[in-house]
Design a protein. Structure first.
Lengths: 457, 286, 366
């Protein structure tokens, strides 16, 4: 056997592993993204702290996108609920959290409750708004549900944006507020900071024993003195754990009699009803659970991730990003959702932010015209640099949206089942094929080469 | 009309060609499983069902026939809650179920199949059948996700799995168990749908053209199953069918619908010789 | 007695409708109270009504196309708002160019003041100052948007004509992204002044101040609506469109040239959307890449209210939405005035919940 054959053999084995094991698939994809962005950091001549920072970003955005895409997949992929009000439900989660936990003395004032209460409260509030939406709206056709949910999401955003509730007083005389257009800046500090700092709200307060040990380790081994990048990376890893927990939860929902009914509803609701399933109850429960997870994603992303919350972060564009991510992954599959979220976060969101600097460093483009005519005018004289400069320095974010739109159209025309293919996950709490006292089935080991062969009748 | 429609269960019983095991004598004073009274259904200005009344006797295999557009499928839809009747009553085991939601009606033991088989195409045959049993504890969300309850769900799933495999073998489609239901042939889908309806453990089944597109061998097999279920488990069947041979050979009594109401009702030979029925059919065909 | 029984029936069948009707009656009563009691001057009230009519006509104009494509092609076109934006940008680029070419370089004018282009006050575009350029801009807005909608149909929707409504809806979201951010690519992402407001004459009619641009909008919008009416009622194509809106499959069977009707639908809908976008800038005085997107939900509200597929319903729905959003300001005073838009969205949700076929009945273009 030549080494070539050996190589392809190994490759086939690896591909089979990826097809069999979702965990291997996700880990491989993440490894690829980490490598990619380490490469980006290397091109940009980042030091070790910079590299850790970029890995922290990759982890953070992958995790938050995976989280919110998983929640949407529960709605759309599992139950066929075409909810395009995601941004609104995220806003309810993070705003409720902020209003519950912000200090009463701040501006706008909050209730000063513990963070845990805030997180649970945010999820409950999002679930309740979901219930109010779902009770009447789930009777509607899918396209009407879409229009209603996007309208509700805009009503939510405009309400938080309105000066009317910037600060207001509850009946008991307790002051509370949304901060209006400028939002809530005194968001509680990320709980991860409490691991490292004596006072989580201030890095200058001194380090905890764990903080001292970890920071000391990174300083001694990598020479990293910026503790913030380590805190961010830690938060990213915490989020990865959250994603794993939510994934497990949703896998349980899917692999159960409950998930089986959802699958049936998505395919043919009349059949599900005719078999005695109260489909509205299933849909309402699913909608509420998904909304609660969207609220959680809002808290973990726009809340702790950004450290502040403001209404403009919840424009409908955000909803459409999530949709693109779930479509890339293929609606209906949890693993696909995580991968779709990772692909969108890294390749369509994060990478374009580094692209201009990378290209400029490599090709040293100086031109920076501030309008289109000034950019294309010089082409007549054979100069392409102004156009490139215009694209890179002025209009790359816009082109990214154009690309995202083209991708969406391409997917709808060619791969409506998702870029990563349609993966089917059996909806049952046990392995269904097992219960059979096997007749011709035991021999499969011997007949394995005949792949995909239908059993003899 | 009324007199005709209260057909006694005895006459239904003694017409069953095969096994005399069906004994309905004791049920004489009970409510019949299904009684439809003056059912009306209008769509916009069109009246699809116009005052239909009939009764289905316990453990019978009652046939429902009529020319195209006679209102048979609409009647089915009104009985099973897919459509809300404009007027009239539907009594199932003595209680009025008209206007109830389809799932509530199914919960009470009245289950139907569809004229065009509605298998859940992207679910496997196994999943299709696992879906059907009613009141599964795992259908409660918290039981499906919370650890202490999940064990009970798994236990129940294991039991259901046994029953599903038994059913698949019973219908001889166990070799298709892992197949997506959408890949099945027309006849296999009809079998799947009947198997699925039976997994709900119903008291009565409404079958809408279950033999359309089914080859004769399968057809005989299905009819045998139906008669077996009547005899052994006391199920009642109401059957819409276009194939007159099946109706005349297996169903008793036969109800004929025409232009939204019941035109005639009786034993197959009575129906065959009923002039109004003949007129209705030939009037339609010219 | 008869009336009482019917009232009971209505309460049972349509409880939501009854609640809405009662609420509406209370508001009307309160309105009269305010007008008679002096809490609201007639002039202020007239001003709200006029503003509502102007924006309502524009929403109705844009809504005609959305309504027709929704019923004839079977999907909610989320890119419709961005057709409107392209109408505004293409039209105003030309209007700017014609108005200022004697004094400024063509480049800055064509980009409507992008980069270091001339400021609106210097170019001095207004209906009284440069009527020719404004009308030319309107023609270009209509023509260009027709071109865009036909091109998009050819590239995006036609290959998946038979796909389900949700697939097409998602594709239209992709189209919306492309169109919207191409505007940003060529022009800019901020909001910029366009018309020279200082030179627009205004007239005081019984205390209600009406300016020449608003009058222009009303005149053009009404003329276009009458044109659409004549086209639909008199021409053979109009009949075919109505037939297709009612029942696409049936129309196909009866030999109506489906693709031809679809093309006409896009020409009509795209052209009207372009005109509406162009005219919106005339009343707002500013232009922004997302102006159509911001209007889209209001247009959806109008179309749903009027009944999907109905041209006249879209017009009436537009007027209702326009008036409701402006008249709500009678009650939503001070900080609450930011709720004028949510009120319109709320109205739409109510209609969807309690009368999904629209206030003016089911699908019918007549």
């Amino acid at each position: 056997m030549s080494s070539d054959q050996f190589q392809t053999g190994r490759l086939t084995q690896f591909r089979e592993l990826l097809e069999r094991s979702d965990a291997a698939l996700v880990l491989t994809a993440m490894a690829a993204f980490y490598l990619l962005f380490l490469g980006v950091g290397a091109i940009l001549n980042y030091d070790v702290a910079g590299l850790i920072s970029i890995l922290g970003q990759v982890t953070f955005f992958t995790a938050v996108y995976a989280l919110i895409v998983l929640a949407l997949n529960l709605h759309w992929g599992y139950a066929g609920l075409f909810n395009i009000g995601i941004a609104g439900f995220m806003a309810v989660g993070v705003y409720t959290m902020a209003m519950l936990t912000a200090p009463p003395t701040g501006s706008p004032p909050g209730l000063g409750l513990p963070i845990a209460v805030g997180i649970v409260g945010g999820m409950l509030a999002a679930a309740l708004v979901g219930l109010v939406t779902a009770l009447p709206a789930l009777r509607l056709r899918a396209d009407y549900l879409a229009i209603v949910t996007v309208a509700i999401s805009e009503i939510i955003r405009l309400t938080y944006n309105s000066p009317a509730f910037s600060t207001f007083t509850l009946p008991g005389g307790i002051a509370l507020g949304t901060g209006g257009a400028s939002g809530i800046g005194n968001f509680p500090s990320n709980p991860v900071r409490a691991i490292y700092y004596v006072d989580p709200s201030s890095a200058a307060s001194g380090t905890t024993p764990i903080g001292a040990a970890v920071f000391g380790f990174f300083e001694a081994v990598f020479g990293v003195v910026r503790s913030a990048v380590i805190v961010d990376l830690t938060y990213g890893l915490v989020l990865a754990v959250v994603v794993f927990l939510v994934y497990t939860l949703l896998a349980r929902v899917g692999n159960s009699p409950f998930g089986r009914v959802l699958k049936a509803i998505r395919e043919d609701e009349v059949v599900a009803k005719s078999l005695g399933k109260d489909t509205n109850r299933f849909k309402i429960k699913t909608f509420m659970l998904g909304c609660a997870l969207m609220g959680l994603a809002g808290v973990l992303w726009q809340g702790f991730g950004t450290g502040a919350v403001y209404p403009q972060a919840f424009r409908p564009e955000l909803t459409f990003y999530i949709f693109i991510a779930v479509i890339i992954g293929g609606a209906g599959s949890n693993t696909g959702s995580v991968l779709g979220g990772a692909v969108f976060a890294n390749l369509l969101f994060l990478l374009p932010q580094y692209l201009p600097t990378m290209i400029e460093q490599t090709f040293s483009i100086q031109a920076n015209p501030n309008n289109f005519i000034a950019a294309v005018g010089p082409i007549a004289a054979g100069e392409i640099a102004p156009l490139l400069g215009y694209i890179l320095n002025q209009r790359l974010p816009a082109l990214r949206f154009v690309f995202v739109g083209v991708l969406l159209v391409y997917l709808m025309q060619n791969r409506p089942e998702g870029l990563l293919g349609h993966r089917t996950e059996t909806a049952a709490a046990v392995d269904l094929s097992e219960g059979h006292t096997p007749g011709g089935q035991t021999g499969t080991d011997l007949t394995a080469p005949d792949e995909g062969g239908v059993d003899n009748e | 009309m009324k007199e005709v429609s209260t057909m006694s269960s005895e006459s239904a019983a003694d017409s069953i060609g095969e096994d005399p095991a069906v004994d309905t004598a004791g049920d004489g004073d009970e409510d019949p499983p299904l009684r439809v009274e003056n059912l009306r259904k209008e769509f916009g200005g069109i009246t699809a069902v116009d005052g239909a009344s009939f009764t289905v006797a316990d453990e019978s295999l009652t046939g429902l026939i009529g020319p195209n557009g006679a209102g048979k499928s609409t009647t089915f839809n009104c009985i099973t809650g897919v459509h809300e009747p404009t007027d009239g009553a539907v009594y199932f085991n003595g209680t009025d179920i008209a206007g109830l939601a389809p799932n509530v009606i199914a919960n009470r033991g009245l289950v139907r199949t569809f004229q065009i088989a509605r298998e859940l195409a992207e679910m496997t045959v196994l999943e299709n059948l696992m879906l059907a049993p009613q009141r599964q504890q795992g259908e409660a969300l918290y039981r499906s996700i919370l650890p202490p309850f999940r064990d009970g769900v798994i236990e129940e799933e294991t039991e259901l799995r046994e029953a599903v495999w038994e059913s698949l073998e019973f219908f001889e489609i166990d070799h298709l168990a892992e197949e997506q239901a959408g890949n099945l042939s027309g006849g296999q889908r009809k079998l799947l749908e009947l198997a699925r309806a039976l997994m709900t453990d119903p008291d009565m089944l409404l079958l809408d053209e279950p033999f359309a597109g089914v080859n004769p061998t399968l057809e005989t097999k299905l009819l045998d199953r139906i008669n077996q279920l009547r005899a052994e488990e006391g199920l009642t069947f109401l059957l819409v069918e276009h194939d007159m041979d099946i109706i005349m050979e297996h169903c008793d009594p036969v109800i004929v619908m025409h232009q939204g109401h019941v035109l005639a009702e009786g034993r197959p030979e009575e129906i065959r010789n009923n002039e109004r029925v003949v007129d209705a059919y030939f009037g339609e065909q010219q | 007695m008869e009336l009482y029984a019917r009232g009971q029936q209505l309460l049972r069948d349509q409880p939501g409708l009854v609640v809405v009707a009662v609420a509406a009656m209370l508001l009307v009563g309160d309105l009269f109270g305010k007008l008679l009691g002096g809490g609201l001057t007639a002039a202020r009230f007239g001003g709200f009504v006029w503003d509502g009519l102007v924006i309502g006509l524009l929403i109705g104009l844009a809504g005609i196309g959305l309504s027709l494509t929704y019923s004839i092609l079977g999907f909610a076109n989320f890119a419709h708002g961005d057709y409107i934006s392209w109408g505004a940008f293409s039209g105003w680029a030309v209007a700017y160019l014609l108005a200022g070419i004697d004094r400024y370089a063509a480049g800055g004018l064509l980009l409507i003041g992008a980069g270091d282009g001339p400021a609106p006050g210097d170019v001095g575009v207004s209906i009284t100052n440069t009527p020719g350029s404004i009308l030319a801009g309107l023609v270009v807005a209509v023509g260009f948007t027709i071109g865009v909608s036909l091109l998009v149909d050819r590239l995006v929707y036609r290959p998946i004509r038979e796909a389900d409504g949700i697939t097409l809806l998602i594709a239209s979201i992709g189209v919306a992204f492309v169109l919207r951010y191409l505007i940003v690519f060529f022009f800019y992402s901020g909001r910029q002044g366009v018309t020279d407001i200082s030179r627009v004459p205004s007239y005081d009619i019984g205390g209600v101040v009406i300016n020449a641009h608003e009058l222009t909008i009303v005149a053009i919008a009404l003329a276009l609506m009458v044109g659409v009416h004549l086209l639909l009622q008199r021409s053979k194509l109009g009949k075919a469109m109505r037939a297709m809106a009612d029942n696409r499959d049936l129309a196909q069977v009866t030999g109506i040239p489906v693709e031809g009707v679809i093309r006409t639908t896009w020409i009509l809908g795209g052209g009207l959307a372009g005109a509406a976008g162009y005219l919106v800038v005339l009343t707002q005085g500013t232009i922004a890449y997302d102006l159509g997107w911001l209007l889209l939900l209001l247009i959806f509200a109008a179309v749903i209210m009027g009944g999907i597929g109905s041209v006249y319903g879209a017009i009436v729905g537009g007027l209702v939405i326009g008036l409701a959003s402006r008249l709500s300001l009678i009650w939503l005073t001070g900080d609450l005035s930011s709720f004028a838009e949510p009120v319109a969205f709320g109205l739409m949700i109510f209609v969807l919940l309690f009368r999904p076929e629209g206030i003016f009945g089911g699908v019918s273009t007549a």
